[in-house]
Structures are given as C-alpha cells and as structure tokens.
Design a protein around this ligand. Structure first.
Ligand code: IDP
Ligand code: MG
Length: 153
C-alpha cells in the first residue's frame, strides 16, 4: 500500500468543490487516511514549490495558494501515487483530458483545483510536510477484499 498527499487548493475550496473531489477519490476506492483544513504561508509554499521558486509566476502561485485555507488529504491504496496523479490530469486544465479532475473542473494552468504528489519519494516528504505522524491513521479498510484481489494487496 502507498499513501500520497493531495491538496485541495483554494480554487477547489472557493468553488465549493471539496465534496465532489473527495467523492471522486473515495469512489475510486482510495482510503482517506488523513484530512484537515489548513492555511498555508510563504514558508511552507517555498518548500513545497521549491522547484518553482525562481519562476516568474511563483509570487502569483503563492498568492493563489494563500487565498483561502486548503484541504490536505492523505490517500491510501495500491499504487496510490500513480493512480491519484492519473486522476489529477495534466497541469494545465485547458489541456487536461476530460475525465481527469483538472480536465473536468479547471480552465487554468495555475488555478487547477488539486495538488498531488508525483512520486513515492516525494509523497513521503510531502506527507511529512503537511501532517504530523498522529494525523495519518492506519485503520481497517472493510471493503479491501472487494477492491483488490488477494495477490494485489
Ligand atoms: P503539477 O501540479 O501538475 O505537479 P508543477 O509543475 O509541479 O505541476 O507545478 C505546480 C503548480 O504550479 C501547478 O499545479 C500550478 O498550480 C502552478 N504552475 C505550474 N506551471 C505554471 C505556469 O506556467 N503558470 C502558472 N502557474 C503554474
Ligand atoms: Mg508537481
């Protein structure tokens, strides 16, 4: 099992899409292992978007990520990182495939509804960035035997 980090960005929270997006992840069969609302600041954003801090659009990106609280989620499942990235779709909502979250809800390269970790290594780092250990739960997933074959779990 893998656990991955998702952020429901201010573009999701302000458009009142929290429930719809959480519903998509749950219906796919991902287990919610942690979830909380938080207000991001420049410190955490400079860390989280370290690969983008030198880009000209970074100040606008940081501003957009501070525009309201976000919802941080830890989602668990077999190959959860790749599954959730697949559900997220291409960064630019205008180019994202229909059926992906960005392809169904976003028209923007920046205001693109969700963040999702892009590798298991980054998922571990990002989960530690946004959650304390006791905020991520290990609990029985009652439907597990109907979500996966025995040799997949
Ligand atoms: P990702 O979210 O699909 O992993 P990254 O390249 O890691 O994409 O970029 C992180 C976030 O920065 C994007 O989700 C988007 O909100 C924003 N971003 C990326 N490229 C641009 C750009 O060219 N203009 C404005 N915002 C951008
Ligand atoms: Mg990224």
């Amino acid at each position: 099992m893998e656990t991955t980090l998702v952020l429901l960005k201010p573009s999701c929270v302000q458009r009142q899409l929290i429930g719809e997006i959480v519903n998509r992840f749950e219906r796919r069969g991902l287990q919610v292992a942690g979830m909380k609302m938080m207000q991001l600041d420049d410190n955490i954003l400079r860390e989280h978007y370290a690969h983008l801090v030198d880009r000209p659009f970074f100040p606008a990106l940081a501003q957009s990520m501070k525009a309201s609280p976000v919802v941080a989620m830890a989602l668990r499942g077999v190959e959860a990182v790749a599954v959730v990235r697949g559900m997220t779709g291409y960064t630019n909502g205008r180019k994202a495939d229909p059926g992906t979250i960005r392809g169904d809800y976003a028209m923007s390269n920046q205001q693109n509804i969700v963040h999702a970790s892009d590798s298991p290594e980054n998922a571990k780092i990002e989960l530690e960035r946004f959650f304390r250990p006791e905020e991520i739960f290990e609990y029985n997933h009652a439907l597990l035997s109907f979500l996966y074959a025995t040799d997949e779990r």
